[in-house]
Ligand binder design. Structure first.
Ligand SMILES: CC(C)(COP(=O)(O)OP(=O)(O)OC[C@H]1O[C@@H](n2cnc3c(N)ncnc32)[C@H](O)[C@@H]1OP(=O)(O)O)[C@@H](O)C(=O)NCCC(=O)NCCS
Length: 342
């Protein structure tokens, strides 16, 4: 991967993404299983969200275990040796510890020593924020080979007494390599990052929270309170999400000099099918240009776009030459969008 395959394809802010590994836990939890965990039913969940299944970590399984499998797939897909990796950047809002970072845990489990390793928390916008951060890292060091990981274990923070929230989420991980130049190993799919925009509105910081941090001190032996879990104001999130996704998608397309008709596939954050459909229709996209797999995974937060991209490739919906628009929103309130040229 050292020598660029095409040095003309390098500029000071270039980012190429390759490898696209993913992993979800083996344990599948259906809406009917959910009926045993909380006061809900399949019909309500499907009509309000489009979700039918999600995958949950089981036993000692951790998001870093999923991340390691996704990373190993990425290395196998690209033929890049582990020791070439200079950075591990993990986007997550469900870190395994407050410290060390999940990135350090992933690096340790992969057997990587002496790389830069840190987490980014932009919740469900984590993948797009991480792309933006990696672009900056590559600007500073064009030789860097960054393992960009998303790793989430939302199932470990669900409150089964909060039925409108606990049915929405699932666990999963994604991994890819971010480099300043295309890899010189043949035969793998890669994408060049085009325009990217990230934003936040911190007045809405409390629309979605994942607890467990220092805000609520916990006492050994005492039960945790509801703030330990994911809390969400669902209706408000819905409205903000649709507005934010539509406006940032338009901005990023304008920045790239593209019209909506130039988009070959739109891959939005997979939180809720109704949000995905509302955004697709407001942007004026035909249904077959909007990708959704939320039905099979639920909302896997930062991992949702990586999981959706991987599924879109495997279905032949992403091919070389295509322009893919990705957009996400999440706790913070954060949002972002990017154009990927495959
Ligand atoms: C969460 C969401 C599906 C709830 O849908 P909603 O139409 O807003 O539903 P409400 O919370 O107003 O509840 C409507 C009714 O359904 C009930 N309900 C809520 N959750 C339920 C469940 N899992 N099963 C059955 N009934 C449920 C409520 O109790 C309420 O009943 P009531 O009218 O008798 O009081 C919706 O608000 C949403 O998708 N928001 C966006 C969430 C999101 O994308 N988060 C991701 C952030 S990254």
């Amino acid at each position: 991967m050292d020598a660029p395959a095409d040095s003309s394809a390098f500029s000071s802010h270039s980012l190429y993404l390759s490898g696209f590994g993913t992993c979800v836990p083996e344990k599948v939890v259906t809406n009917f299983d959910m009926e045993q965990l909380t006061n809900t039913n399949d019909e309500w969940i499907v009509t309000r969200t489009g979700i039918r299944n999600r995958h949950f970590l089981s036993g000692d399984e951790q998001p870093s275990d999923l991340a390691v499998k996704a990373a190993q797939q990425t290395l196998a897909n690209t033929g890049v040796a582990l020791e070439r990796i200079t950075h591990v950047v993990v986007a997550t809002c469900t870190p395994e510890y407050l410290s060390p970072s999940t990135a350090c845990v992933v690096a340790q489990k992969l057997g990587l020593r002496h790389c830069i390793a840190f987490d980014i928390n932009a919740a469900c916008t984590g993948f797009i924020y991480a792309l933006n951060v990696c672009q900056g890292l590559l600007c500073a060091d064009p030789q860097a080979c960054i393992l960009l990981v998303t790793a989430e274990g939302l199932s470990r923070r669900l409150n089964w007494q909060d039925r409108s929230t606990c049915v929405l989420f699932g666990d999963g991980a994604g991994a890819s390599l971010a480099t300043a130049r295309p890899l010189d190993t043949p035969g793998h799919l890669s994408a060049r990052l085009g325009s990217i925009r990230c934003s936040s509105d911190t007045d809405c910081w409390d629309l979605i929270c994942v607890g467990g941090g220092t805000h609520d001190p916990y006492t050994l032996g005492e039960p945790v309170n509801e703030h330990f879990f994911v809390t969400m104001q669902g209706r408000e999130v819905f409205k903000h999400a649709v507005r934010a996704l539509v406006s940032i998608s338009r901005e990023v397309l304008e920045q790239e000099g593209l019209g909506i008709e130039d988009v070959d596939l739109f891959i939005p954050h997979q939180a809720n099918l109704r949000i995905i459909e509302a955004v697709g229709s407001r942007l004026g996209l035909a249904d077959d240009k909007v990708f959704a797999n939320v039905g099979s995974y639920g909302n896997t937060s930062a991992s949702s776009i990586p999981l959706a991209m991987a599924e879109a490739f495997s279905q032949g919906r992403i091919k070389p030459g295509m322009k893919v628009l990705v957009a996400s929103f999440g706790s913070g309130f954060t949002w972002g969008a990017a154009v990927l040229q495959f």
